[in-house]
Design a protein around this ligand. Structure first.
Ligand SMILES: Cc1cc2nc3c(=O)[nH]c(=O)nc-3n(C[C@H](O)[C@H](O)[C@H](O)COP(=O)(O)OP(=O)(O)OC[C@H]3O[C@@H](n4cnc5c(N)ncnc54)[C@H](O)[C@@H]3O)c2cc1C
Length: 321
């Protein structure tokens, strides 16, 4: 019996993999269980050093060029078979687009319970998971009494906690028997330097208040100096000012960055559902009564087209004007 952490990679280990391992380590120590992890990808190689001090005893490595990119059938078979083999009590993945699909498919394959998009997990005689519901208005604690219990953890909500420098044992697995019915022919990657919205530490979002698509370069300039991802409200997406993969909210992506800058966004409850767990929220809006000001840490009542360039200049070291 053990806790199994799924280590997500895209070429290299993602920060959310280390967060998931940290959360799994907490559960393992509270439950008195050992912590194992699974890596599926081309090669873990020297990245194994990043797993030091996370309490992982063994990492089961399924390495092959054919496994470099996610395919549902290959990844699901590997994880489901491993969960059965280890008799895992708890299985934890990341609540990224990939992680949510993988966890849901594994849970369906094993016919077990899964709590998706948790903001906290712990052990209390069984897996406990906290997650926002009703568009983020309510936090609910769920107890999963059956084993194996599965949960996926929202990126950026769990600190990476290391205790010492102990490295896990790498257990290389033969992947020759892994049969994938799907073949990935091409993976179209985002442009180099593009920050994935759901895992970004900083997000700058624009809403209807930006006035039109010609204003995106103003926000993008701020993104560039902050190293931020570009988000949008549904109003901006519905107006076809930006592609829907930028949408933040109830029917868009959920983000939990350290910094969320909302530009010309009123702060409707459906938008809040996607950004409410951000650590610091800065709102720029002309209307002092906009609901976004009720949930922000710093509010600027002004025209965003005047303020955002000043913000960009200040961050890039040109403050003073
Ligand atoms: C089922 C359902 C699901 C939904 N899902 C989502 C979702 O996932 N994400 C989402 O965002 N919405 C979602 N919505 C829509 C949501 O209810 C709001 O309509 C939407 O968020 C409004 O977008 P907005 O804030 O950009 O636009 P508005 O509400 O029109 O706000 C624009 C703001 O810009 C300000 N402004 C105007 N000009 C300037 C300027 N020059 N400088 C500064 N401020 C300015 C205005 O004062 C105003 O506050 C959903 C709605 C429903 C019913």
């Amino acid at each position: 019996m053990s806790v199994l952490a799924i280590l997500e990679q895209r070429g290299s280990l993602k920060p959310c993999a280390l967060e998931t391992a940290s959360a799994a380590n907490r559960i393992a120590s509270e439950a008195g269980l050992e912590l194992d992890a699974v890596y599926i990808g081309e090669s873990l190689g020297e990245q194994a050093a990043e797993l030091a001090g996370l309490g992982i005893k063994r990492v089961f490595c399924f390495e092959d060029t054919a496994l470099a990119c996610y395919t549902n059938d290959a990844y699901v078979s590997i994880v489901a078979d491993l969960v059965r083999e280890l008799g895992a009590t708890v299985v934890l993945g990341s609540a990224t687009a990939l992680g949510k699909e993988l966890c849901a498919s594994v849970a369906a394959r094993l016919d077990v319970e899964l709590i998706q998009d948790c903001i906290e997990v712990w052990w209390d005689g069984a897996l406990m998971a906290r997650k926002p519901i009703f568009a983020g208005k309510v936090l609910t604690d769920i107890r999963v009494a059956n084993a194996p219990a599965m949960a996926s953890l929202r990126p950026n909500v769990t600190p990476i906690v290391r205790d010492g420098t102990a490295l896990p044992t790498l257990v290389k697995r033969d992947v020759s028997a892994t049969r994938a019915r799907t073949v990935l022919k091409e993976a179209v990657m985002a442009a180099p330097g593009t920050v994935e919205l759901t895992e970004a530490k900083r997000v700058v979002s624009g809403g209807r208040g930006i006035g039109g698509p010609e204003a995106w370069p103003v926000l993008q300039a701020l993104c560039d100096v902050l190293g931020a991802a570009l988000g949008a409200s549904r109003a901006a997406v519905d107006a076809k000012w930006i592609a829907s993969n930028h949408q933040v909210g109830q029917t868009g992506k959920v983000v939990s960055p350290d910094l969320y800058v909302a530009c010309g966004i009123s702060g409707a409850i459906q938008h809040q559902a996607g950004m409410r767990t951000s650590r610091i929220v800065v709102a720029i809006n002309k209307d002092p009564n906009a609901p976004i000001f009720k949930i922000c840490d710093y509010g600027i009542v002004a025209d965003l087209l005047e303020v955002v360039p000043l913000f960009t200049k200040a961050v890039s070291g040109g403050a003073g004007s």
